[in-house]
Design a protein around this ligand. Structure first.
Ligand SMILES: CC(C)(COP(=O)(O)OP(=O)(O)OC[C@H]1O[C@@H](n2cnc3c(N)ncnc32)[C@H](O)[C@@H]1OP(=O)(O)O)[C@@H](O)C(=O)NCCC(=O)NCCS
Length: 444
């Protein structure tokens, strides 16, 4: 086995090369960006944490500026148990009083030291062997009391008042990883137990981070049937927040991600700490494993521009070779590009369709194609609906199509077969007898 085989588990080196090239745009676009990564206390105790540490080191070596925020819920609970102390939770907030604060400090301190030591020493005999990482912790979080709610004094439970942005940025400029604990200090010199999710969100906002990433126990956000939803916009995330399909901690993460999204962090990722490589897959491939919450429409249906010619050709050429689509040269496509509509996903054209007008009231739908990885999820349907709406605006009453392989797909969507002679005269002249396509028409 050569090195490529070791990495990809395949004997096909060209696949490895292809895979590596497919990561290149992400390596390029993430370099110099700031990502805030929230590590739940449970994540740190999980056997997969060793891999997560290596992946964090890899991100650092690929030029990503990293702020890690760790939680310590299970560690605090154990420390309190050992000391026979009790704390209560109210509405997701732990009540930390004078008696329990030392136990919180001790547990948080131990977790922090554990992470620092693993980032310093844990890379020997690993894929990141030889990487020198600097981790910096400090008084980066200014806190204030959470206060008294419904008569209950939350005492040393705090909320974030301010993140010391400048101090963190100075460390990031030096290529240091900044590690934030779920503890903040007040301007009066007191210590407060804060929620790690809040610190992560506030840090991401203060730093104008490009991404906020939450590691968690669940695989992502679930829909009502228990399926993972891979992408949510703000409205959908708000619905998921109300759904009991997601546990309380996942809902806390959704809420933090929503807050971050609404205030300027474009992309928040919720990923599982069980899944080896989830962080790399989420960041360096087109389809991650968890849930992306974003204000952007990650997939966009839009009119094509000249920049899409390469992407469309890549999509349609295999179909042309199979005789499913009629051949189009690059030059022809460049001339016709204005007629095309594409679905773009994270910079890649994954579907296309073209519309050609004949006279005032007829149009041909052509070159409908969806990338094989993205078929059977309603994208061709979405393209058809989009194009039908455009036709209606243009007062087109007859939409027709010529096809060799896909007759039923169109028939199931309201198209009926017509004689070739019933096509517009100009189209009949262009008809390719060798392809022997059938014609279908849909009244709009
Ligand atoms: C046909 C095509 C555009 C459908 O794209 P898509 O995004 O998967 O379509 P949708 O998700 O909206 O619809 C999927 C349904 O269409 C069905 N379908 C796919 N290809 C079909 C075909 N050739 N004939 C009939 N039905 C077909 C699928 O089986 C699925 O039905 P199901 O959910 O009942 O299983 C896609 O398969 C493709 O690109 N094919 C190759 C190019 C092509 O044939 N283009 C048409 C040129 S005229």
């Amino acid at each position: 086995m050569n090195q490529a085989d070791n990495i990809t588990g395949t004997t096909d080196t060209s696949q490895y090369v292809q895979w590596f090239r497919s990561c290149a745009p992400y390596i390029h676009s993430h370099r110099g960006r700031t990502f805030v990564v929230s590590l739940a206390g449970e994540t740190i105790e999980h056997p997969n944490f060793a891999h997560i540490i290596h992946d964090i080191a890899l991100l650092n070596s690929l030029g990503v500026k990293l702020v890690l925020v760790h939680g310590a819920r299970p560690q605090i609970a154990r420390q309190l148990d050992a000391l026979h102390l009790n704390t209560e939770f109210k509405d997701g907030w732990r009540i930390t009083d004078k008696q329990t604060l030392p136990a919180v400090e001790q547990a948080v301190g131990q977790v922090r030291l554990n992470i620092e030591s693993r980032l310093s020493m844990g890379l020997v005999n690993t894929p990141m062997s030889g990487a020198a990482l600097n981790v910096v912790s400090g008084n980066f979080v200014v806190a204030q009391p959470y206060g008294i709610h419904q008569g209950i004094d939350f005492a040393h439970t705090g909320k974030v008042r301010r993140i010391n942005r400048q101090a963190i940025e100075q460390q990031l400029q030096l290529n240091n990883i900044v590690l934030l604990s779920p503890i903040g200090y007040s301007t009066t010199g007191e210590t407060f137990n804060c929620r790690a999710e809040d610190i992560a969100t506030e840090a991401a906002l203060a730093l104008g981070a490009d991404k906020l990433i939450f590691f968690m126990d669940a695989n992502g956000v679930k829909d009502e049937s228990g399926q993972i939803i891979h992408q949510l916009n703000i409205l959908q995330a708000e619905t998921a927040l109300q759904s009991t399909a997601n546990d309380e901690i996942t809902r806390l993460h959704i809420s933090s991600a929503l807050n971050a999204c609404k205030h300027g962090v474009n992309r928040s990722h919720l990923i599982s700490h069980h899944h080896d490589g989830a962080l790399l897959q989420e960041l360096y491939t087109r389809d991650g494993t968890g849930t992306l919450i974003t204000i952007e429409s990650y997939e966009d249906i839009r009119r094509a521009s000249i920049k899409d010619v390469g992407g469309i050709l890549e999509l349609i050429q295999p179909l042309e070779q199979q005789g499913i689509l009629a051949h189009r040269s690059r030059e022809q496509l460049e001339l016709e590009i204005e007629n095309f509509t594409v679905i773009e996903r994270d910079g890649m054209v994954i579907a296309c369709a073209a519309l050609f007008l004949y006279g005032d009231d007829a149009a041909e739908l052509a070159c409908v194609a969806v990338h094989p990885d993205y078929q059977k999820q309603g994208r061709a349907n979405a393209l058809l609906n989009h194009i039908e709406k455009q036709c209606t605006i243009k007062n087109i009453s007859q939409l027709f199509i010529l096809t060799t392989h896909t007759a039923h797909w169109f028939q199931e969507r309201g198209f009926t077969e017509i004689e070739i002679s019933r096509l517009p005269v100009e189209r009949v002249k262009l008809y390719n007898n060798q392809r022997n396509s059938k014609a279908f028409c849909k009244p709009l």
